[in-house]
Design a protein around this ligand. Structure first.
Ligand code: MN
Length: 249
């Protein structure tokens, strides 16, 4: 089996090396990742210039683009053989609830949705690599268990791993996305030449984080597994909209 590994923290990120290390003896692994930290890039594609891959001494391929660029090229011509599966991460930082909208880690996995095998996105709930070993072990366990999976086509699994020693993990929970409150206001800055700018602030706190959500699972010490689909159609809203659409033209 051939696995395409990517991330959004960049090709030099410790989480990427940890994920590669966890899978390298299980499958034929190719790593293609952004040459910079592109966290928050979502599913952006670079369409205004060409992309230039370069191979690092460790064999990883860096690209001056987004996570989605990397997986898109990896699945569409950059490699001599098409990979069977996309695995993304290990992100340093949670991708819970609303985070999946902005996450480049999740986006890299989503770009692998056309493959027959499910795509995985792994995130450690910490900005520090302290318990990356735990996350790498979990990633290995879940990916190697893919043969027991029976999922509809184009399912992506979003996995968040608590920042704990492996022995402290309580198990794996199937969850739905929770929700965050609005982010804090952007922080105003002034550069040395007097120009005003803004830093986008950190994500909002968990708001819908009760039992059954991804937030709740990781807080309780469980690995959270949330199946994601691309279809964001809001079926319940059809009722309120059908008559509105009728009278418009
Ligand atoms: Mn990231």
């Amino acid at each position: 089996m051939r696995i395409l590994i990517s991330n959004d923290d960049g090709v030099m990120a410790p989480g990427l090396a940890a994920l590669h290390g966890a899978l390298v003896d299980y499958a034929d692994c190719v790593v293609i990742a952004p040459d910079q930290d592109r966290s928050g890039a979502s599913s952006a594609l670079t369409l205004d210039r060409p992309l230039y891959p370069h191979t690092l001494p460790n064999g990883f391929i860096g690209i001056d683009g987004t996570p989605t660029d990397c997986v898109h090229l990896g699945l569409n011509g950059l490699l001599p053989e098409v990979p069977h599966m996309v695995v993304s991460g290990i992100n340093l930082g949670a991708n819970l609830g609303d985070d999946v909208l902005y996450s480049g880690t999740v986006a890299a996995a989503l770009e692998g949705r056309f493959l027959d095998l499910p795509a995985f996105a792994f995130s450690l709930v910490s900005r520090q690599p302290e318990h990356l070993v735990t996350a790498a072990h979990v990633a290995r366990q879940l990916v190697t268990a893919h043969e027991r999976l029976n999922l509809p086509p184009r399912t992506v699994l979003n996995i968040n791993i608590p920042n704990l020693p492996l022995s402290h993990l309580r198990g794996v929970q199937l969850t739905r996305l929770g929700h965050r409150a609005r982010a804090a206001a952007p922080v105003k800055v002034v550069n040395p030449r007097g120009r005003e700018g803004y830093w986008i602030a950190v994500a909002g706190d968990a708001e819908d984080a009760g039992p059954g959500t991804d937030f709740h699972a990781v807080l309780q010490g469980y690995v959270s597994v949330t199946p994601l689909q691309l279809d964001r159609t809001f079926h319940e809203a059809f009722k309120g909209l059908d008559r509105w659409v009728e009278g418009l033209l």
